[in-house]
Write a protein that binds this ligand. Structure first.
Ligand code: GLN
Length: 308
């Protein structure tokens, strides 16, 4: 059943959700994020049959933050055998805040999943072991996936993250103490913060993640990004861990695999149909975009789409 989408419908959803602006809180752990205009609201959709839709501030770039954790996992899946990855990071939801240290101590330095900070840091450690220039390589991957040559890191955000890195450094050092972190901590933190500091807009995000809706294939690339099985696995991880401790609530309200970031972006996938990106910088108490979730909820209801 083809989805009946148009830009007016997306504008109507944004209008319906707009009254929520003011109820969340823009990330303020670094000044570069705290100064973002909280009233921004955007959506973009790319479908596997080549259609594109957008509404609101869809062409304005923002810090993708933890959405990048999906991209670093993709990069690792292309470098490592399956067993090598899942020996070092789990596949289960954590039920804890994204930057929690709690389970790491109990579970001997093995993070619950690749989408919490600990898991993403292990993945970045693995990339540092195999790639000669992990930051350059990530830029190449993203630019290739969305077909936009000027995607770049926000140097101010990356620097500011590094200056406020106590917690992520603690996570990395704790994993090092258990033998699950092999490279220099600062080097890997720098890579991780740069990935978080990628600046992209909703249109670019929706096209970048379209491969997850199309069994690992990106329409404009001759080689698959990942195998059909890997695409299914990534979607499963997004569905169970992409929204941190809010994964159950999000499954209830929206019912799609998704990944959020504290910049206020969320990418959601309708398997076999489309990739959706939404942006609204104000966050709820779990660090997910408050209005962004509401937009996705409205959209999934109007389209009658859910993986459940
Ligand atoms: N840069 C943030 C951090 O490491 C990313 C967190 C997020 O987007 N959830 O804390």
């Amino acid at each position: 059943m083809a989805a009946n989408i148009n830009n007016n419908m997306l504008e109507a959803i944004l209008a319906q959700v707009r009254p929520l602006l003011g109820q969340g809180k823009v990330a303020d752990y670094i000044p570069a994020l705290a100064s973002v205009d909280g009233k921004k609201l955007a959506i973009a959709i790319c479908t596997v049959d080549g259609q594109r839709f957008q509404a609101g501030d869809a062409s304005e770039r923002f810090s993708i933050q933890s959405i990048s954790k999906v991209l670093s996992l993709v990069a690792a899946m292309r470098q490592y055998d399956e067993d090598e990855i899942w020996l070092r990071v789990g596949k289960d939801p954590s039920g804890q805040p994204f930057n929690s240290l709690l389970q790491l101590e109990i579970e001997q330095g093995k993070p619950r999943n690749p989408f919490i900070n600990a898991g993403a840091l292990v993945v970045c450690d693995m990339l540092q072991s195999r790639l000669s220039a992990p930051r350059q390589r990530m830029l190449e991957i993203v630019r290739q996936l969305c077909g936009v040559a000027d995607i770049a890191y926000d140097a101010t955000v990356a620097r500011s993250e590094f200056e406020h890195s106590a917690r992520n450094a603690a996570i990395a050092w704790l994993m090092k103490s258990f033998g699950n972190f092999h490279n220099d901590v600062s080097t890997v933190l720098q890579n991780y913060f740069h990935y978080c500091a990628l600046r992209m807009n909703c249109i670019e995000l929706a096209s970048t993640f379209l491969f997850l809706a199309d069994q690992g294939r990106a329409p404009h690339l001759s080689q698959p990004v990942v195998t059909p099985l890997q695409a299914r696995q990534i979607n499963a991880l997004m569905a169970t861990s992409g929204m941190y401790q809010n994964a159950g609530e999000f499954a209830w309200r929206v019912g799609l695999p998704a990944k959020s970031g504290v910049g206020g972006g969320i990418v959601a996938i309708v398997p076999h149909e489309m990739a959706i990106a939404v942006w609204s910088p104000e966050l709820d108490a779990t660090g997910n975009s408050l209005a962004g979730i509401a937009v996705l909820e409205q959209l999934s209801q109007r389209l009658g789409r859910s993986v459940y």
